[in-house]
Design a protein around this ligand. Structure first.
Ligand SMILES: NC(=O)c1ccc[n+]([C@@H]2O[C@H](COP(=O)([O-])OP(=O)(O)OC[C@H]3O[C@@H](n4cnc5c(N)ncnc54)[C@H](O)[C@@H]3O)[C@@H](O)[C@H]2O)c1
Length: 306
């Protein structure tokens, strides 16, 4: 019993030391701690627009050989062209990541044509933006297939080789919506909560299995970003984020092996308050910040002809 108590105390002491180290690191440029990814094969899903494209451009600048997956062939080719123009390397594949068989087929093709992936960025995502009872069943299913299940299939496909090579990084793009539920986003929020859970449980599993020294994970949790995915959204107090800034924070998080990247960072305080406060009080706080009505004017990406 005494042994157990001592173990708990020493774990808390270790956490305190790590927190102090992280505090000091906050005052130093992230670039001091960047790992070298030159020549590594980096796969990004949803690379044909938004932050997927911007992360791809930045990771290519750091020397990553980019493997771009998107079902939007044109957007994906444009990203590749931008990378090549900047002197980087990119391979494109038109992949619908919501389809497990297709994802595995293209995983195999990438392995044959490019080689083993050591950095996987699960970024592709979609949003319905309607109240739950007005959201058709097939849209709820699709949201989970793209936002969550594709992460599972891609991880299951690429992780075994990372473990064998003792080198790998898996980044999962979730959202602040994965920490806090919101009106008109019931399917989206629950898919992003699942991403946060997947990322955290996987990190624990890698630790317990002894792979955590060489396989790292990063969970990206941004607030609304002006990429077009959430076009029309109104934010009362927190400014809507610039895609360039979010992509920079995400890439920096990957290169420094940061486990969780919240953007803006101070939103971690709101998440902590939520864990401690009565939920009725939290509802009032969310109301005051305007979170609950943020989706009222949501339009999202317009499809051709709309
Ligand atoms: N935009 C925001 O406000 C915001 C906020 C927090 C988190 N996120 C998350 O960031 C990620 C990127 O979002 P974004 O804002 O850049 O959106 P975006 O719409 O610009 O990019 C998403 C990309 O995913 C691709 N995609 C969608 N379904 C696909 C499928 N089945 N197979 C392959 N590719 C597919 C799209 O073609 C598109 O290129 C998403 O996971 C999103 O949920 C976005």
């Amino acid at each position: 019993m005494i042994g157990n108590i001592l173990e708990v105390i020493s774990a808390f002491a270790y956490t305190l030391v790590l927190s102090l180290v992280n505090l000091v690191k906050m005052f130093l440029p992230d670039s001091y701690f960047y790992k070298d990814i030159k020549g590594e094969n980096v796969l990004i899903t949803g690379a044909g627009s938004g932050i997927g494209r911007l992360m791809a451009l930045k990771l290519a600048k750091h020397g990553g050989i980019m493997v771009l997956w998107d079902m939007n062939t044109k957007g994906n080719e444009e990203t590749a062209e931008m990378i090549r123009k900047a002197g980087g390397k990119a391979h494109t594949y038109t992949v619908d990541v919501s389809n497990k068989e297709i994802l595995y087929k293209f995983g195999e093709q990438v392995r044959q044509e490019v080689g083993d992936i050591t950095i996987l960025v699960n970024n592709a995502g979609i949003v319905s933006g309607t109240p739950l009872l007005e959201t058709p069943d097939n849209k709820i299913l699709k949201t989970f297939e793209v936002n969550v299940f594709s992460h599972f299939w891609a991880i299951k496909f690429f992780l075994p080789k990372m473990i064998e090579m003792k080198k790998g990084h898996i980044a999962n793009v979730a959202s602040l919506a994965g920490h806090s539920g919101t009106h008109k986003l019931v399917d989206y929020c629950s898919s992003k909560f699942a991403d946060v859970g997947l990322d955290e449980a996987l990190r624990v599993e890698l630790f317990v299995q002894g792979h955590s020294d060489y396989i790292k994970t990063t969970c990206l949790c941004p607030y609304y970003i002006s990429t077009g995915m959430f076009a029309g959204v109104q934010s009362k107090l927190i400014p809507i984020l610039e895609p360039e800034y979010v992509a920079e924070r995400a890439v920096s998080g990957i290169l420094t092996n940061r486990e969780v990247v919240m953007v803006p960072g101070w939103c971690a305080i709101l998440v902590a308050i939520k864990a401690l406060c009565p939920s009725e009080g939290m509802m009032r706080i969310a109301q005051a910040f305007g979170f609950n009505c943020s989706m009222d004017q949501f339009q999202g990406r317009k499809k051709k002809g709309e």
